[in-house]
Design a protein. Structure first.
Length: 222
């Protein structure tokens, strides 16, 4: 396993997700290729955490088919094809569409206002990290508004495999995403569940195509 890049400070309140995000980024950045063994001790040392959240993160990533864990051998990066990634985004889009459709029926006016403010900020020039956070907050507001713990849990699990560097590597995606968020927000505000679902599904699937394009540009499958 190559030397690992430094990582920002880990939020102690959610170690498992932070570690999973770090390992996922190592995979999509090319630091860890298919079949590479994941050095759990090195990950723990870089992040300044114990091995427990590393093991928990690997379970999350295994469920997302990014990692394969072999008893007594360790954890390895799973093979990942373009079709694997495309299928994942289609599945994520379908489930996200359910959440958006439900949000159009039950989202409280105050939450709709938060969603609109989020979109307004995203449409203005923002640092990449802020765009990433705004994007995360937009989807979390929608996904949690339906009040379904099962739906929210499925979406959180699916998001573990999502390529998360759009705003750092593709500035045009920020503009595209903001415009699409605006349409989704309008549909939810108008209680148009059908439109909200359709636009959300389209948004996620197109995001998947952007992810594949970016990974191709960095030679991920070479």
């Amino acid at each position: 396993m190559p030397n690992l890049p430094a990582a920002p400070p880990v939020q102690r309140s959610n170690l498992k997700d932070a570690v999973a995000s770090y390992i996922r980024d190592l995979i999509f950045s090319g630091h860890l290729g298919p079949g590479a063994k994941i050095d759990q001790d090195a990950v723990a040392q870089v992040l300044g955490v114990s091995k427990l959240p590393v093991r928990e993160a690997l379970i999350v990533l295994e469920s997302a088919a990014l990692v394969e864990v072999a008893p007594r051998r360790g954890a390895f990066v799973a093979p990942l094809t373009r079709d694997d990634l495309r299928d994942h985004y289609r599945i994520y889009g379908a489930v996200s569409a359910i959440a958006a459709e439900r949000a159009a029926s039950v989202m409280e006016p105050a939450t709709v206002e938060l969603l609109r403010k989020n979109v307004t900020r995203m449409c203005k020039p923002q640092p990449d990290d802020d765009l990433e956070q705004l994007n995360h907050d937009f989807h979390r507001l929608i996904n949690k508004s339906g009040g379904s713990r099962r739906l929210d849990a499925v979406l959180r699990s699916l998001s573990a495999m999502m390529f998360g560097e759009f705003f750092q590597t593709a500035s045009e995606w920020g503009r595209v995403a903001a415009k699409q968020h605006d349409g989704i927000c309008t549909a939810i505000k108008d209680h148009d569940g059908e439109a909200a679902a359709r636009l959300m599904r389209q948004h996620i699937v197109e995001g998947g195509e952007y992810a594949i394009s970016l990974l191709e540009q960095r030679g991920f499958w070479e």
